[in-house]
Ligand binder design. Sequence first.
Ligand code: FAD
Length: 408
Amino acid sequence: MRVVVVGAGFAGACAAWMLRERAGAQVTLLERGPSPGGMLRTLATPGGVAYEYGPRVVSVFRGSPDAIPFIRGFVALEERTIYQGTRLMPDWPVVPFPVDRASLARLPCGEAIERELAAIREGGGAPGERHLRDYLETSVGPTLTRLAFEGFNRKFWGRRLEDMPADWGRLRRLERIATTGDYRLPSVAPHYYPPGGFNPLFDRMLDGFDLRCGVTVAGVGDESRPIVSTDAGDIEADLVVTTAPIDALCGYRHGRLEWRGYRVEIEERSGAQSPPLGRAPDGVPFAWLYTPWEGTPVCRTTDFGVIHHGPDAPQRGVPSVVLREIVDDAVPMYPVWWEDAKLLRYLEDVVRLPSVVPIGRLGLYKYTTMDSTYAMARRLVDVLDEYLAAGARRRLELLRDVRGDWGN
Ligand SMILES: Cc1cc2nc3c(=O)[nH]c(=O)nc-3n(C[C@H](O)[C@H](O)[C@H](O)COP(=O)(O)OP(=O)(O)OC[C@H]3O[C@@H](n4cnc5c(N)ncnc54)[C@H](O)[C@@H]3O)c2cc1C
């Protein structure tokens, strides 16, 4: 079977690798960038200091634990202690996130938050269902809702909390912000970083594949056999797995899908200029720091020294990159929840193409992490034969299962 995979990010690389291993497919990957990796590419400053634009760590977030041994088949993974901090207001000190009660007590709002959390504990009811504000105020209290979520929501999602569904909070378990004593989020599972960065993962996974970088796919036709149109000519295949944006692939015929995202600003620091962003009560420096109030366009600041070199990096003064994420809707990072109807129209178009299957964060317009991307590729390969033989309605069901669900 001759397969063309569009995009050589983690989704495309996983699909290519699994299709070759499990189905003996002959795979060509077409990647518009100069090298594989997509969001996972490790970059370097002009001075040669490494940083990532997107992912920081590998963990089991919402995907499959099998992703960890899979990645370890290609690169070593070193455990990192990832603590998050937050500066809830511009002139307040940094506290752990999820918030630490003892640190909170030193803030002007500490008492109010403690009172509200105690009342919620005593009440013992389930979180409210009406909308995200209801969900948050009944699980972390009005003060933390205002400080940690209200301004952030407006600046990043452009939405009031009343306009977001309660499910948004439940799915991300936002109530964990008020969990005492465990500063690890977004995952309580161990976090890992591949020393030397993510690029060797792609070099090894894609070793021996026909990988063509600098090739942009404009569209896929699928009459008797799929034909992939690229800026370097047309390519025929038996199957096309596409991880490119689903709306672009379909010529935006139902309009553009909306995204939210960040551009980044980087600052290279060396030696004594590397003070930590702050420290958790046990002394471990924060790997990243949130600034949730609406008045700053910066959402999060990351210290890659801690992630790349471990918690004593600031003490050792190793060169590091401090990266600031600045709200920019032109960067397609996070799919929004209110695009379900448009996404469905695109999916209905795609399932009518006999031998074309979309996956990945752009192909299925889904918020993914490495573990859920791996799981998505595996589910696709598991149901591929059934998918190719099925009618449009069954294909939609199978795609929902491959995606995980229709939610974001
Ligand atoms: C800010 C941020 C932080 C993150 N942090 C983490 C984290 O800490 N841990 C974690 O596990 N995950 C994290 N993720 C998620 C992780 O980046 C994704 O799950 C993963 O990279 C998705 O891989 P993908 O292949 O689906 O998409 P991408 O990495 O976007 O790959 C798609 C590829 O397709 C190519 N392409 C697109 N269109 C075309 C075309 N027309 N022709 C040819 N090629 C094309 C692109 O150039 C790209 O290389 C983060 C994501 C973001 C945005």
